[in-house]
Write a protein that binds this ligand. Sequence first.
Ligand code: SF4
Length: 311
Amino acid sequence: MEVVKITPRGYCHGVVEAIRALRVTSEQHPDEPVAMLGYLVHNEHVTREFADRGVRLVDAGSRLEALDQVDSGTVVLTAHGVSPEVKERALAKGLNVVDATCTDVIRTHELVRRLGQEGYEIVYIGRRGHPEPEGVMGEAPQALHLVETVADVEQLELSSEKLAVTTQTTLSVWDTKAVIDRLRERFPRIEVHNEICNATLERQEAAVETAASCDVVVVVGSSRSSNTKRLVQVVKELAHRPAYLVDTAADLRDEWFESAQRVGVTSGASTPSQITREVIRTLEQLGEPRVASLRGAPAPSAQDSGSKQPD
Ligand code: SF4
């Protein structure tokens, strides 16, 4: 079984920067409480690493609710960004604020703020309950409509002369296309600002392209991570290959690879590379005994030739 490492995969620049910011902060303030406002990036391994360094994860229904649980020390805002209200309230509480928002997310915030100020009504395609839409919506709450699906578009009532649509950074182009197409049909004058980030786009394109020559694809990452889940989705829906999401090598199942000759491996933008390396190593080992047993097995007799797989 050949294991194909799909490139690019794993950490994006936003995640690298967020992790660096939190490492520096925890080293600079060893005696002060440091809290992450929600998951710094959507990966349990990263969260555990910081918990071991004494960084407290404060997670709640919303970033504002989470902030209610932080009364002193440093608060780190995650790569997904927060609404201006969260930042203002953190400063008003006298907290030391470290903003690890990804520059790509900041760009979306700036876009939405500008459009809101210019009087646009804005449709934002995103996932309800994800922190990124929560933060972006806070930039222009009066002007924004959050939609996930084409069915949501059917319910929209837009009255402004100026209309725009933009997106969460970690969706897929294919995912958003149907929604944007329907918006264009219903509101032909709508301006489209696609904000899917390059890191997401490049990982998805590479996964789809490589999956076409693989029998199965393994995606390493957390089920919390939007961009990781989209990788699974694009492999299944666009490359028409089975795709399995694993958090670690322990989640791999032999039966997924029973008849596979080529297995592709990719990982979400928040997946630590050592976890992906371990998955690749395990898959490579999984392939070895079968090859060895085939090589070591006696040549099949004519009687055996119609039999099933060798043991
Ligand atoms: S996935 Fe994109 S938006 Fe999210 S942190 Fe990475 S580069 Fe930034």
